[in-house]
Structure formats: C-alpha cells, structure tokens
Design a binder for this molecule. Structure first.
Ligand code: FES
Length: 90
C-alpha cells in the first residue's frame, strides 16, 4: 500500500527505513523523499513510526511524561452522565 502518493513510497519502504534506524519523518524523507511534497502523508508516516516503536507521537510522549499513559491497559469506560430532568414550559 502506498503511503506517499507524490513520491510513490510504500508502507514497506517506510518500515524498512524505520528498521534501518530512521526515527523521524525527516529521516524517512532523506531516504525516499516521502512527505516532502504535499505533506498529506506525514501523519501516516508518524503513525508508522509510532506503531513500530521508533518514536511515539508527541501526545503519547507527553502522556508518558506526565504519567498518564499505560499503553497496555484498556481505557476505563466513562461514567454515564446523571439523568437530566426534562424542561417544563409553563
Ligand atoms: S503524499 Fe507524500 S508528499 Fe504528498
């Protein structure tokens, strides 16, 4: 599957770059130019980097830094809101 349509870069090519040590979208771009034209593929490249442990997204890093992240845990279901009495119009 193509990740970058502008430069015909596939997901496998990006994964190989990650396996070869690329940790950032810029490092991926140095090898194959992915993300250097329209930029619409950069988020997918960032996701691939995160999925393959190269570099978690900034939100995940912040959550980890603040001690809020536990990637293995299922999120607890949000409590249901209290019922609201219907409005009555006099
Ligand atoms: S789709 Fe990758 S730069 Fe345009």
């Amino acid at each position: 599957m193509y990740v970058c349509m502008c430069h015909a870069v596939t997901e496998d090519q990006v994964k190989r770059a990650i396996d070869a040590g690329a940790n950032t979208p810029r490092q991926i771009a140095k090898g194959c130019k992915a993300g250097t034209d329209c930029g619409s593929c950069v988020r997918r490249i960032q996701a691939l980097l995160g999925e393959h442990g190269a570099r978690p997204c900034p939100t995940a890093r912040l959550a980890d830094k603040l001690g809020l992240a536990d990637p293995g845990a299922d999120p607890a279901p949000a409590p249901l809101p209290a019922p609201v009495a219907p409005l009555r119009v006099a």
